[in-house]
Ligand binder design. Structure first.
Ligand SMILES: Nc1ncnc2c1ncn2[C@@H]1O[C@H](COP(=O)(O)OP(=O)(O)OP(=O)(O)O)[C@@H](O)[C@H]1O
Length: 347
């Protein structure tokens, strides 16, 4: 039995439908993430999971018990879920210790002190218990918010864009750390974010949501290498879409020339198909007798990679990212090499 199953979930505000036919399940110990652009319905789903919003169809089942269905919503405090918000939502007039202890009023004061101490150690803030929220950095405030959510030992932790108010460096390091803390505790969590890097770092499973519909649910790698549609392919990384025609069992003719591509969809000869190529699969090379020539439009040194914009004879400009330190310059005429180790084909 899954820890949480979401079946044919629908949510609406008044008569306006926001989320439809969403299905997924998470197992004990999993960290899952709902990933999608602003306004696609991520927070609406999270609020339905927490019991803050009613559902307009389908059901949410936790440990075999239906906690949400049409006209039936188990109240949030009976769900044993912890919630971390984007803006931390700490009580400004309470110390760190009192913020964390707030949800532990059923414990004796001694037990509460011990629980606060232990959870502060867990979020690596053992010495800040007497500070007030305004005396903490954004990253520290979010750690306190996490500690507050973890203190009552929830069965499921819900996190709504928990890192989006932090700078890029802090966002990266805290997301790795939060993953470690959740895993150390054997907890299960669901996070929502619009940031693909964050989703990939933290999650065992990611669901890509677009316009209130779940497009695909799977591991980060399966979404990246085997996206089921163009929306998913584009949302989890950059890429270029080419019209392609199957010319042999393992080659397709495209604007980039005839490319060796494993025909994993058994596309018939001469059939047209679309080939999605990631920038890391495209590389400018010294032009010899390659059939397609391109003109380098720009070269950006990014540290780990060099990023080129290349103009094709048709005028189309495509992007290439290379780990080699190639020093082609704007205006150079180059050939193009494409290595499609994991071809993504759409019919
Ligand atoms: N209380 C509400 N009443 C009416 N419409 C709402 C309400 N809350 C959200 N919406 C609408 O529902 C849609 C989905 O909103 P939601 O907050 O779930 O999106 P999101 O994917 O979490 O976006 P973001 O990343 O910007 O927070 C949006 O069009 C939004 O305007």
């Amino acid at each position: 039995m899954s820890l949480l199953s979401v079946e044919s979930l629908a949510c609406a505000y008044g008569t306006q439908s926001i989320v439809e036919d969403v299905n997924f399940a998470i197992e004990e110990g999993d960290i899952a993430c709902l990933l999608g652009p602003s306004g696609c319905g991520k927070t609406t789903i999270l609020r339905a999971l927490a019991g803050f919003n009613d559902v307009s169809g389908g059901q949410i089942i936790m440990n075999g018990r239906t906690i949400s269905a049409l006209n039936r919503t188990l109240s949030p405090e009976k769900r044993n879920m912890g919630m971390v918000f984007q803006d931390y939502a700490l009580f400004p007039h309470l110390t760190v210790a009192d913020n964390i202890g707030f949800g532990l009023r059923n414990l004796s004061s001694g037990q509460r002190r011990e629980a606060v101490k232990s959870v502060l150690k867990l979020v690596r803030l053992p010495d800040l218990s007497q500070r007030y929220p305004h005396e903490l950095s954004g990253g520290q405030q979010q750690r306190v918010a996490l500690a507050r959510a973890l203190a009552p030992k929830p069965s499921l932790l819900l996190m709504d864009e928990p890192f989006s108010n932090l700078d890029t460096e802090m966002r990266k390091s805290l997301s790795v750390e939060v993953r470690d803390i959740i895993k150390e505790q054997g907890l299960s969590a669901i996070m929502v974010t619009h940031d693909q890097d964050e989703a990939f770092v933290i999650s065992d499973a990611v669901g890509v949501l677009s316009q209130g519909r779940l497009q695909q649910w799977g591991s980060a790698e399966s979404l990246y290498y085997r996206p089921e549609n163009l929306t998913v392919a584009r949302f989890v990384g950059e890429g270029e879409l080419f019209e392609a025609r199957c010319v042999s069992a393992d080659a397709f003719e495209t604007e980039l020339g005839v490319l060796p591509v494993a025909n994993n969809q058994s596309c018939p000869l001469a059939q047209s198909i679309q080939l999605f190529v990631r920038p890391s699969e495209i590389k400018p090379i010294i032009s010899v007798d390659t059939s397609v020539e391109a003109t380098v439009m720009s070269r950006e040194f990014m540290g780990d990679t060099v990023r080129f914009r290349l103009a094709l004879p048709s005028g189309r400009v495509i992007t290439s990212t290379c780990h080699e330190r190639l020093d082609f310059k704007p205006g150079d005429h180059v050939g193009i090499s494409v290595t499609t180790q994991n071809p993504i084909l759409f019919t």
